[in-house]
Design a protein around this ligand. Structure first.
Ligand code: PBG
Length: 339
């Protein structure tokens, strides 16, 4: 008896490994767990415990008291760290971002309250002036130009204040040249050598930060004043570039960064992959406000399945090689995944 020829049929059947949940889970290459998440959280200095952010349905600015409770929930959910961002009263803003290094200010209070409530949860602080400047730029501005080195001096004061308040990780998001080295030197000099730096190493001038500026009440760029350029393109990277990301990462590592970040997230997964392959250093991705807003808007219209889209988008970062993801979905995702 001769065997029927295989020719009309596929010689190989990859679908065999997809036929049931148990085999799919057995052969899955990457997985997502709560331990991959850094919870991006906005705090504010007003009397209300919660204020909705209209462009980010489901995200609320929290009072310091609520932020401390959230840290306790993070611990219970197995979320290792929280990245905290401030929304301050507009009356406290000025051209120099004077409030940025206030040791009694909102960020210092929030860090202390969260560390008191849940000391096991890592706290990460953004080092940048934009939540504190009336013009909304991350640096000091003089006649339309962003002043690199003068900004660094302010960032160092801000970073030292955050570290002294108890921040575990400083995350410079300003994109000034040389700020990682200046922060590292200052931390060593102040006896704060255990404080980690996760640099926003490859941060692009992106349209996807729009809702964040709403969330932190950041000044509208380019309002016509000579001291308010209309975009951040002289410091944040051009979206067309990829080799430049590797140069930025190399500099930040040489200057003392312990971890690096790529931002935004999903549109820049190619950058995540290149950085991971080139440096083998813990590399994080930031699923930014606009990415959050897109998923929620589409889901809100019934155009995509919200929970599946959240988990699939977060899993994509792991597949690209990221060590973890900074995300506004952290609490929900951790709830869905189980601790
Ligand atoms: C500020 C900063 C921004 C974000 C984090 N830190 C905005 C910007 O650079 O304009 C964006 C976060 C988000 O969109 O979720 N330096």
């Amino acid at each position: 008896m001769t065997r029927a020829p295989l020719a009309p049929y596929p010689a190989l059947r990859p679908r065999r490994l997809r036929q049931a949940p148990w085999i799919r889970s057995l052969v899955r290459e990457t997985t997502l767990s709560p331990s991959d998440l850094i919870w991006s959280m906005v705090v504010h200095d007003g009397p209300e415990d919660f204020i909705n952010v209209p462009s980010m349905p489901g995200v609320q600015r929290l009072s310091v008291r609520e932020a401390a409770k959230a840290a306790v929930r993070a611990r219970a959910l197995g979320i290792p760290a929280i990245a905290v961002f401030p929304h301050i009263d507009g009356a406290k803003k000025d051209a120099h971002g004077s409030e940025a290094a206030n040791p009694d200010g909102l960020i210092a209070q929030a860090v202390k309250a969260m560390k008191d409530a849940a000391p096991e949860v890592g706290i990460m602080c953004d080092v940048a002036l934009d939540p504190f400047t009336d013009h909304g730029h991350d640096g000091l501005v003089d006649r339309g130009r962003i002043l690199n080195d003068a900004t660094i001096e302010r960032l160092v004061e801000q970073g030292l204040m955050q570290a002294r308040a108890g921040a575990d990780i400083l995350a410079p998001s300003d994109m000034m040249d040389g700020r990682v080295g200046a922060l590292r030197t200052a931390l060593e000099g102040a006896g704060l050598q255990d404080v980690m730096i996760m640099s926003y190493a490859a941060k692009y001038a992106s349209a996807f930060y729009g809702p964040y500026r709403d969330a932190i009440g950041s000044g509208k760029l380019g309002t016509g004043s000579i001291d308010n350029p209309g975009d951040k393109k002289t410091y944040q990277m051009d979206p067309g570039n990829t080799d430049e990301a590797l140069r930025e990462v190399a500099l930040d590592i040489a200057e003392g960064a312990d971890m690096v970040m790529v931002k935004p997230g999903m549109p820049y997964l190619d950058i995540v992959r290149r950085v991971v392959e080139a440096f083998a250093l813990p590399t994080f991705a930031f699923q930014v406000s606009g990415e959050y807003a897109m998923i929620m808007a589409a889901a809100g219209n019934g155009w995509i399945d919200e929970e599946r889209a959240i988990l699939e988008s977060l899993g994509a970062f792991k597949r690209a090689g990221a060590a973890g993801v900074i995300t506004y979905f952290a609490e929900r995702a951790a709830g869905m995944l189980g601790a």
